[in-house]
Design a protein around this ligand. Structure first.
Ligand SMILES: [Cu+2]
Length: 160
């Protein structure tokens, strides 16, 4: 009897821990619907447990694309934030969704809109690649972002 109880308990706990955001049949977005460029995550000291991700998102489709959130195995939580200046103080406001109109681009960059990565679960040394799954109204898109110190390193200058 006792072992049956533990069996039920452990299987239900297993269910709870795996049930977050796992859509059994996710719709995956394709490269002809959207393009993500210059994606990077800011490197932070080992003692800091949060950082931000930046990228340029191009909506190549005929429909509005709405970013609804994200997940990363390297963080407990991903939030969409907007940086604002109020009374000469810079602060960040979480926003629920981010709209990218049909055939338009949105830039997530330092001092503007960004993805806040909260509750770091592993060390993020420079050059490491971190997987990030983005949830849009049209489906899911997963990408790998390099960890960088500065934006500049993420945008190599091509001389012509
Ligand atoms: Cu933020």
């Amino acid at each position: 009897m006792k072992s049956l109880f533990y069996l039920i308990l452990s299987s239900s706990l297993g269910f709870i821990s795996n049930s977050w955001a796992t859509d059994p049949n996710p719709i995956l977005m394709t490269e002809d619907q959207l393009q993500i460029e210059q994606a990077w995550i800011r490197a932070v000291p080992p003692t800091m447990d949060l950082t931000a991700a930046y990228m340029h998102i191009k909506n190549l489709s005929d429909q509005e694309l709405i970013l609804q959130g994200g997940h990363s195995p390297a963080f407990e939580k991903v939030e969409i934030h907007k940086s604002v200046i109020e009374n000469d103080l810079a602060r960040m406001i979480p926003i629920d969704t981010l709209s990218i109109p049909a055939h338009q681009n949105v830039q997530l960059e330092p001092g503007g809109i960004h993805l806040m990565l909260i509750g770091k679960k592993q060390t993020l040394e420079e050059g490491k690649l971190v997987s990030l799954q983005l949830q849009f109204n049209q489906g899911q898109y997963t990408l790998e972002l390099p960890v960088k110190r500065k934006e500049k390193e993420a945008m190599p200058h091509h001389s012509h």
